[in-house]
Design a protein around this ligand. Structure first.
Ligand code: AMP
Ligand code: ZN
Ligand code: FE
Ligand code: FE
Length: 282
């Protein structure tokens, strides 16, 4: 039997990935993954297209999402897994995030315009090739960065983030802040599990410490380019707290070409724990 591997963190064209929901499931099958969770930013739209393809290919597709939240002026990503895709609170929450993104994009574009770098909203939609999932597409900062590269304002996406769009950039706008507490609450109401995404990326020690005392169910200990000692550290923290451990690549397609699907994954035991939870709350 080939080794069981499940990638629990990846993005499609429904948020800021460049691979469509159908393609990503086909890609997962072609590299021999047995399980997958698509965790688009603030959106579960990919599942409508991805679920039948996964069924056809025999891939176990676990519902997932990556919500943006703000805690003490710091952006914190929260992964939700195993919720019901029909859940009204979760769907309403995604809709509210969509509104937040629209308003935020407008505010960022206004700032860019003032700095002599006009980008129109339809140029964000053009920032990736059209495909069947395009109507579900939620533009964010990576699309703004790509449009800026295309228009010659910056040479690379990294430069766009460093100078203008990143948290320390001159055109950064955080957008309406969604709290961690509310996000966890919505995930739980929907029958899901709430996980701290890539905790190693949180710079402030005091924030990490506070997060560990919140109502999360687990943390993401396996991640692309995580050094083994970081993995060990987070596995140990999760075990001490009796928390679940998750992991995945955070694949974004061409937006992050150095990360491949399946480069970080969880084993069958971890996957089954989440899967069982999902089946009990489906
Ligand atoms: P948004 O959800 O619109 O705030 O965009 C966040 C996404 O932007 C992240 O998930 C990353 O994919 C991308 N991102 C954030 N910082 C950078 C950076 N410095 N360089 C490239 N991409 C970034
Ligand atoms: Zn992203
Ligand atoms: Fe993230
Ligand atoms: Fe992500």
């Amino acid at each position: 039997m080939p080794e069981f591997r499940a990638d629990l963190h990846c993005h499609t064209t429904c948020s800021d990935g460049t691979t469509s929901p159908e393609e990503i499931v086909r890609m997962a099958a072609s590299i021999g993954l047995s399980g997958l969770s698509i965790t688009d930013h603030d959106s579960i739209n990919a599942y409508e297209i991805a679920a039948p393809v996964a069924q056809e290919l025999g891939i176990r597709l676990l519902p997932g999402v990556e919500f943006s939240s703000i805690f003490r002026e710091t952006s914190i990503h929260i992964l939700g897994y195993g919720f019901s895709l029909k859940s009204l609170p979760l769907r309403t929450f995604c809709q509210r995030h969509l509104e937040r993104r629209k308003n935020r994009n407008q505010a960022i574009l206004e700032r860019l315009k003032k700095e002599g770098m006009a980008v129109s909203e339809h140029e964000l939609a053009d920032a990736k090739p059209l495909d069947a999932s395009h109507r579900h597409h939620t533009p964010g900062r990576p699309h703004i960065a790509l449009a800026m590269v295309k228009k010659g304002y910056v040479k690379t996406i990294q430069e766009a983030f460093y100078k203008y769009l990143g948290e320390k950039g001159t055109c950064y706008v955080p957008g309406e802040p969604f709290s961690i507490e509310e996000t966890i609450e919505i995930i739980h109401q929907s029958g899901g599990i709430a996980i701290i995404a890539h905790p190693h990326l949180i710079e402030k020690r005091s924030i990490k410490k506070q997060l560990l005392s919140m109502a999360f169910d687990g943390l993401e200990a396996y991640y692309a380019k995580f050094p083994p000692w970081e993995e060990k550290k987070w596995v140990q923290i999760a075990e001490e707290k009796g928390w679940l451990i998750t992991g995945g690549s955070d694949f974004h397609g061409e937006h992050k070409p150095y990360i491949t699907l399946g480069c970080a994954w969880v084993n069958e035991e971890i996957f089954n724990r989440l899967w069982l939870h999902y089946k009990q709350h489906e």
